[in-house]
Write a protein that binds this ligand. Structure first.
Ligand SMILES: [Zn+2]
Length: 267
């Protein structure tokens, strides 16, 4: 089935809605393939020009989401479009998106490696690898270990997140936030790499040497975030198409063109 045909069955949504659905579905499949999502966890993405966002039907396999698995939900939690129930932890997305107008996309995952850092006395998840400069402001830990089913719990989580780009959830999981759903995917890859690096250091019995402020300043001076996101997105999407993690029909809508992958002079 082509994207056009799929779009036709996507309940007559406008193109911004369909693009948000497609990118969120693709990101969900990519995150599942990378072991960041599994049988649970979810991604939400705002729809430009609408007072609503997309999120998958809670019961759909993260490895099989399509446009038809996506719901359009408003910021009060009402399902505006789609046939199914959102994930029970919808309040995570509602309250973070409400609290953070700068954020376009939210990931909630139960990544084991991240959870481990909420269960170790005297160990804090800090930036170790260069790409983890993204989390230089800190990665707070929310104390509520339970399922986030109530709006008040979601508000509390959003308060713990504050202005940061990541929040760990005690014995439960994490949330990441970013300016686009593609950026969110790339951040998730680097979040896992950084947690792995710190865990390996600890497992080696060595004292971790996190990035210093001066090192982070130097990294940021050389940073090309927008370009880097395009490069990684291109790599993971193409690989996933080859491995049939993503349907071939999504190719044209997801793979960056050669022009998009050309760096501006001097970069
Ligand atoms: Zn959860």
């Amino acid at each position: 089935m082509s994207v056009t045909e799929m779009s036709r069955t996507a309940r007559g949504s406008n193109s911004a809605t369909q693009q948000a659905m497609l990118e969120t579905a693709a990101t969900t499949r990519l995150l599942e393939a990378e072991g960041i999502l599994d049988y649970s966890g979810h991604v939400s993405t705002r729809i430009p020009g609408r007072d609503a966002f997309v999120i998958q039907i809670g019961s759909t396999s993260r490895a099989e989401v399509t446009l038809e698995s996506m719901l359009v939900v408003d910021y009060d939690g009402n399902v505006l479009e789609g046939d199914g129930q959102p994930p029970s932890e919808l309040p995570i997305h509602l309250e973070i998106l409400r609290a953070r107008p700068d954020v376009q996309s939210v990931l909630h995952s139960h990544m084991e490696l991240a959870i481990a850092f909420t269960m170790m006395e005297g160990v804090t998840l800090v930036p170790m690898r260069a790409r983890a400069s993204r989390w230089k402001s800190g990665i707070p830990i929310d104390p509520d270990p339970s399922h986030i089913k109530l709006r008040e719990q979601g508000r509390s989580l959003a308060r713990t997140l504050g202005p940061h780009h990541a929040v760990l959830m005690r014995a439960h999981g994490l949330c990441l936030v970013a300016e686009t759903v593609r950026a969110l995917f790339v951040d998730a890859v680097h979040f896992k790499e950084n947690a792995t690096a710190l865990m390996q250091t600890l497992q080696a019995g060595a004292k971790p040497i996190p990035l210093t402020e001066a090192e982070i300043a130097q990294i940021e001076k050389m940073e090309m975030r927008e370009w880097h996101i395009k490069k990684l997105w291109n790599y993971y999407v193409r690989k996933a198409l080859d491995e049939q993690v993503l349907p071939q029909a999504w190719k044209d809508a997801l793979v960056p063109t050669r022009e998009m992958l050309t760096r501006a002079p001097g970069l």
